[in-house]
Design a protein around this ligand. Structure first.
Ligand code: GLN
Length: 485
């Protein structure tokens, strides 16, 4: 038995029964990281010593009769979530040596539940990107084909789970950054509803869109992690004070009577035919299992990209003003305050981050505010109404997660607009504040994974997870793993 091949749920069962120890499991993961990670570069920081210490503590807790929900489970954390005492870079050179004085609530909740942190994973700088190529450090490679991107911005977390160098992981999703890399790496990724998970300690990109999400090799694994990190936090007033359902209890394998909508706007002429075929076949599968399938319309879908790429940079330009070389991270000293700011930001930020700050600052500036920012906000409301309307007719909306499978490293780096188009199916959910999950539903002719996206209304996680689990149980896609040695 190879310990790192166990799903999170399987590993937990063996930890519970005493068949394996957290220290053994953690060591197996650290050994595999040493062997495999140099091929994919999923991790920016591996916290080996800390992991073994946490594993020893988990074993001691279990010996004392503790059965916390993640006791002894080794996980990877996207490097945009603050971890006390452990370098947190947000994928940016400007924070290359930043060691936070506190831990993000979502991560703290994992620790309280007994999880072990293996390390911090690579991402597009400040989570701005769709391929992890905007990382200030290095690109991450897709475990299925090493010349391909893993998706982004949580590409490190998705690749880590796909390559079995973590049992599960946390990511963040502002416009698709959990679902899109999950699709491209052939794993499960959940973007919870806005307000479901605390953002305290998450280095902010676009605060009205950001949400912490989970990755697993199976729906059950990702749902288990979500159950642990969800809930109200007094440190984040946007986290909702509504009870967290028992997500595992919704995983029945049954979809009888579930109403599933297929939006006609989510099948575009330019998309990869294999993606459309796989997603339509997945919907058909759900229909044969007893779901009621119908077409729905989300008429403002086309406006998603322009709305998002105005609002997200506008919020980013404000959020990133704090990185001035005075309070956080790296400083490039020049005589005087303004020259120091300029040199620090000029050298610390990469080109995509600068582009977003410029776009956002322009959109918010006097004289342009009404024409751009305000108009985009109005568009956002229309887009949200589309979903409100559709969810009066159906419980779940099924779409492709991405128009195409993973593209080649370097293929789109010179064309930001092409890169932005990758998010066409994922970012509407963030604009509307609703929840979504991506799970494997096939492979293309080159052996690259295809993702099925299931969207639900705000706080509708139980319905999408129910549908996702039922589909997963009826298919074998999630059982495939990339051949990495
Ligand atoms: N790809 C999108 C962007 O570049 C979304 C990123 C994200 O969800 N963090 O903004």
């Amino acid at each position: 038995m190879t310990l790192t091949d166990l799903t999170l749920t399987e590993a937990l069962a063996k930890l519970r029964s005493g068949e394996i120890k957290a220290t053994e499991l953690t060591q197996a993961y650290l050994d595999r990281i040493a062997l495999i990670d140099p091929k994919i570069d999923a991790y920016l920081t591996v916290t080996g010593e800390l992991a073994m210490e946490q594993a020893r503590r988990a074993d001691a807790r279990r010996a004392a009769g503790d059965d916390a929900p993640l006791l002894g489970v080794p996980l990877a954390i996207k490097d945009v979530l603050c971890t006390q005492g452990v370098r947190t870079t947000a994928g940016s050179r400007i924070l290359s040596d930043f060691v936070p004085p506190y831990t993000a609530t979502a991560v703290q909740k994992l620790f309280s539940a007994g999880a072990v942190m293996l390390g911090k994973t690579n991402l597009d700088e400040f989570a701005m990107g769709s391929s992890t190529e905007n990382s200030g450090f290095c690109p991450t490679r897709n475990p299925w084909k090493l010349d391909r991107i893993p998706g982004g911005s949580s590409g490190g977390s998705a690749a880590a789970v796909a390559a079995h160098v973590a049992a599960g992981a946390l990511g963040t999703d502002t416009g698709g950054s959990v679902r899109q890399p999950a699709a491209m790496c052939g794993v499960v990724g959940i973007k919870p509803s806005y307000g479901r998970v605390s953002r305290y300690g998450l280095i902010a990109f676009a605060s009205s869109l950001d949400q912490v999400g989970t990755f697993g090799r199976t729906v059950r694994d990702a749902a288990l992690l979500l159950g642990v990190i969800a809930g109200h936090d007094e440190c984040d007033s946007t986290s909702m004070n509504t009870p967290v359902p028992d997500y595992s209890a919704t995983l029945t394998g049954d979809v009888k009577g579930l109403r599933i909508g297929v939006p006609k706007e989510y099948f575009l002429p330019g998309m990869q035919p294999e993606v459309e075929q796989a997603v339509r076949a997945a919907v058909e599968q759900l229909r044969t299992m007893g779901a009621a399938v119908r077409e729905v319309s989300l008429p403002h879908t086309d406006y998603g990209i322009p709305i998002y790429y105005l609002l997200a940079p506008a919020e980013a330009s404000a959020n990133l003003a704090r990185f001035d070389g005075v309070r956080y991270g790296r400083r490039v000293t020049r005589p005087g305050m303004w020259p120091t700011y300029k040199a620090t930001r000029g050298q610390g930020f990469g080109p995509e981050v600068k582009r977003r700050i410029m776009l956002g600052t322009y959109a918010l500036s006097a004289g342009y505010y009404d024409a751009y920012y305000l108009k985009a906000q109005k568009g956002r409301t229309l887009l949200k109404h589309d979903f409100d309307q559709a969810f009066t007719q159906v419980d779940v909306i099924a779409t492709p997660t991405t128009p195409r499978t993973a593209f080649r490293i370097g293929e789109k780096t010179d064309d930001p607009l092409q890169m932005y188009l990758e998010d066409v199916f994922t970012l509407p959910a963030n604009l509307a504040g609703i929840c979504g999950v991506s799970l494997p539903c096939g492979f293309d002719g080159e052996g690259l994974p295809i993702g099925l996206q299931l969207l639900g209304p705000a706080f509708g996680e139980p319905a999408i997870l129910r549908a996702a689990y039922a589909y997963e149980q009826a298919t074998e896609w999630h059982k495939r793993s990339p051949a990495l040695g």
